[in-house]
Design a protein around this ligand. Structure first.
Ligand SMILES: Cc1ncc(COP(=O)(O)O)c(C=O)c1O
Length: 493
């Protein structure tokens, strides 16, 4: 079968004159690499149309479905973000009731906003030893579904940003007993199910709608993703409708070719590549087990994904941000993110031995320079006294829908003054972009403290603005709070 990348190369070299978009006309312009322009086309003859695929794009999507064990797959060109917006919008009617994990990416919240959904949350446990969120469990899902019989769809994240994998087979069973669809945000798991070295993917465990960012864990360009559909519980016509709505009418062929290229690479060389990946990664973890102070989350095949190197500084006299900076400034290693207690580094099948070697050497050296354990007193002094995410225990305190709250009248107040008020804007630690506060939720003292700590540690907090030395946050106006309070629709389960 023909591959999109090769077809684009051939087209770029042909003498067919481009009297069509894009405006660069396949000519070198500015500093862009010439090959990029030559291959960047729009829906010209022979290249099919992603919004009505009948030729090469249909074939490629079918191939993706076979590889991933899905009944039907769709190429996405604006990341898992577009897939999550689509899946949630298609799975529930306007005003429907969704049960979703509280650690969902903000795109899930955006979908709930657009469809004016009532939201019930599943609160993941905390893996105390590393201070990270666990994936949600089948028992949590069952209990929540029992409590709210009008729930129309369930959305969970697996693997999580930190690599925790949920028992999707058991969750699917629980959700299907209710006759409703399960959506899995598998943005961090496009590699799952492609080799015995990694965990099975959610398509093969019964999920109805699965979204994967190809760009996150496979060798593909940023923004590439897949949406897989299985079974009869998801309305496929609605899925297509929302894909048309949320995706560009001019999807980039470079991005689509990059999805094809990544999947083709797996087909051709996946066995060797994953085998090597597992070997190198395990070896790095084994060498790092010599560390005295730094700790690493083991990749246990069942519940922790391969490739997410979680470096815990919980016992070290340094913060996650300090380790992140040290790795970057002293060792020129750019990691994925820093949190209070850990740094997350990512490895994939496309890492070279140099990457493992440099990371191992750097961490062994840093560990050698660290002094003993951080006492509880030290942790307190550092202000690092809170465990987990500290979501509002009772998010229905405000009682308004996300849509009502986000659209409501707001004012900006200082972080200190915001205590007891209802949030008017999302507050996220970025990455990973999981909201700490959702519009309409009550801002507690602990939450303020938590945001304050994050800011003090130099972490990126979205939704808080610095003005003349003061941190400002948006809250609902008092009158708005009363309106919201009368329409109690957010529930924590
Ligand atoms: C859990 C999760 N879901 C979805 C997304 C969105 O993915 P994308 O960047 O491909 O749009 C992210 C992005 O970081 C994520 O962490």
């Amino acid at each position: 079968m023909e591959h999109l990348f090769e077809k684009l190369v051939r087209n770029g070299e042909s003498d067919t004159y481009p009297c069509h978009m894009p405006g660069h006309k396949r000519n070198v312009w500015g500093d862009l690499p010439p090959q990029l322009c030559r291959m960047d086309i729009t829906e010209i003859e022979g290249f099919d149309n992603l919004h009505q695929p009948e030729g090469i794009l249909l074939e490629l999507q079918k191939k993706a479905a076979v590889l991933c064990g899905a009944e039907e797959s769709f190429y996405l060109v604006n990341g898992s973000t577009g897939g999550i917006l689509t899946a949630v919008s298609a799975a529930l009617p306007e005003g429907g009731h969704i049960l979703m994990a509280r650690n969902c990416h903000r795109s899930a919240y955006h979908a709930a906003y657009l469809r004016n959904l009532k939201i019930s949350y599943l609160y993941p446990d905390i893996l105390d030893e590393y201070n990270i969120l666990e994936a949600v469990t089948p028992d949590q899902v069952r209990a929540a579904l029992k409590k709210a019989p009008d729930i129309g769809a369930v959305l969970v994240v697996s693997p999580t940003y930190e690599g925790r994998i949920a028992d999707i087979a058991a969750i699917s069973e629980a959700v299907h007993e209710k006759g409703i669809p399960l959506i899995v945000d598998e943005a961090h798991g496009a590699h799952l199910g492609l080799s015995r070295e990694v965990h099975e993917n959610s398509c093969r465990q019964g999920a109805d709608l699965v979204i994967q960012s190809v760009h996150k864990t496979l060798p593909a360009l940023t923004q590439t993703a897949l949406l897989h559909v299985n079974g009869k519980l998801a309305d496929r016509e609605l899925v297509k409708r929302f894909l048309h709505i949320y995706q560009s009418s001019s999807p980039s062929y470079l991005l689509m070719a990059s999805i094809d290229n990544a999947l083709h690479y797996i087909e051709k060389d996946g066995g060797r590549a994953f085998g090597e990946f597992r070997k190198q990664y395990d070896r790095m973890l084994e060498r790092l087990s010599q560390c005295r102070v730094l700790r690493f989350l083991p990749a246990d095949r069942e519940r922790q994904d391969l490739g997410k190197l979680l470096i815990s500084v919980k016992d070290a006299e340094m913060t996650g941000r300090q380790l992140y900076d040290t790795l970057l400034n002293s060792y020129r290693i750019q990691t994925e993110m820093a949190a209070e207690d850990f740094v997350l580094a990512m490895f994939t099948i496309n890492d070279r031995p140099e990457g493992y070697e440099r990371m191992t050497a750097a961490l062994l050296e840093i560990d050698g320079s660290l002094r003993g354990c951080k006492s509880p007193e030290d942790r307190k002094k550092q202000g690092n006294v809170f465990q987990g995410w500290l979501w509002p225990e009772n998010p229905d305190a405000g009682g308004c829908t996300l849509t009502a709250a986000w659209d409501g009248n707001k004012e900006e107040v200082s972080l200190e003054e915001s205590e007891g008020r209802l949030a008017g804007e999302f507050v996220n630690l970025y990455p990973p972009g999981i909201p700490l506060l959702v519009p309409g939720e009550k801002i507690t003292k602990e939450l303020c403290q938590r945001i304050h700590n994050w800011l003090q540690q130099g972490l990126t907090v979205q939704g808080v603005r610095l003005q003349e030395g003061e941190h400002l946050i948006q809250v609902l106006k008092m009158a708005e709070e009363q309106v919201c309070g009368s329409a109690c629709v957010c529930e924590g389960l």
